[in-house]
Design a binder for this molecule. Sequence first.
Ligand SMILES: Cc1ncc(COP(=O)(O)O)c(C=O)c1O
Length: 422
Amino acid sequence: MKKTPFVTLEKVKEITDQIPTPFHLYDEAGIRRNARALKAAFAWNKGFREYFAVKATPNPYILKILKEEGCGCDCASYTELLLAEAVGNTGHDAMFSSNVTPELDMRKAYEMGAYINLDDATHVEFLEKICNGKLPDTVCLRYNPGGSFSLGNTIMDMPRDAKYGMTEDQMAGAINRLMKLGVKHFGIHAFLASNTTANGYYPELASQLFRLAVRLRNATGCHFAFINLSGGVGVDYRPEQPGSNIALIGDGVRQKYEEILTPQGMDDIAIFTELGRFMLAPYGHLISTVLHQKHIYREYVGLDACAADLMRPAMYGAYHHITVLGKEDAILDHVYDVTGGLCENNDKFAIERSLPEIEIGDIVAIHDTGAHGHSMGYNYNGKLRSAEVLLKADGSFQLIRRAETPRDYFATFDCTEFKFDC
Ligand SMILES: Cc1ncc(COP(=O)(O)O)c(C=O)c1O
């Protein structure tokens, strides 16, 4: 399927008259439409809630839009908790799913009244210490089943190699201890495969977690309030790739729920999700201008964006589709490596990609950068992180995070000893 940008060259030129490239652009209408589709897919479950994975797009303007659509925040660190708090997502509007958790972070989550998802059985004692024995009413536990996670004949991931979560026996021990300490309700969480566009992932994960909930309830007598299917639902980064069908996924989870939980009288359990990529990736473009071209053993197109703005291609060899704006229908009769300017040869947004003929000054949209895009940015080579712009539902736009300046880059030095001319 052809991938079409959510923005035209004309609109981008309107933006670049005020905000120079590179910047990440987000599509408010798309974000809202998709959040509503997710909600509709799980409407059969009374307590359903999406806790948006803040790590994917940690921008309060985005979190606010999602909050208006009924989503809470899933946080992994102290600063992510501060972001959730800033948009009013405290108490049970926040989920804290972390690992190797510092005391400061755990304390903040506790003080905010967030759902706390313990990554390990030893964290029971850790939590007990932090809250002086006054534990929250509800505590969530992260599960690691070990072995491999398969869908049909396909191995999706290897939980046994993952650092996250605890074993079933450890969960039972933790629940017994937590009940003695006064905890009344429990949650289960697991993230067993990433970026899956197979619609069977959530239903299979749900069936494993539902069966686990029945076993743990029978073993301990505890009450489960929710099951958190976490993230992992993928998007169609490649044009030929099928995307996830959220209506089918929601229905698949419903079937497992009715098959496993309902007959056990456990149909008061709420389903939670902690999606990042599915919620935001397609609704973000990295907008960048062609600065240079060079012709050596390959044809190179150099952009004003680099891996510091979008790390996924360099880090995972990830595919991100590229549209040359204004040339959407032109023939793809040139082959280019599209690069950034880092002193790293993996700083390539595309390798030997068929594209229309590109000229210096052309503006490109790199697709599906709305999640794990700007948020993974870094400052290698003194590159400054780009701006974030919101394309609003009414067609206007707003700068929702300015680009970094050299002052930001030097701000953590002692500037009384060294003078930076900026
Ligand atoms: C604990 C947890 N929850 C949710 C997510 C979001 O995952 P995704 O963006 O793939 O949906 C992640 C991603 O790393 C995660 O670690």
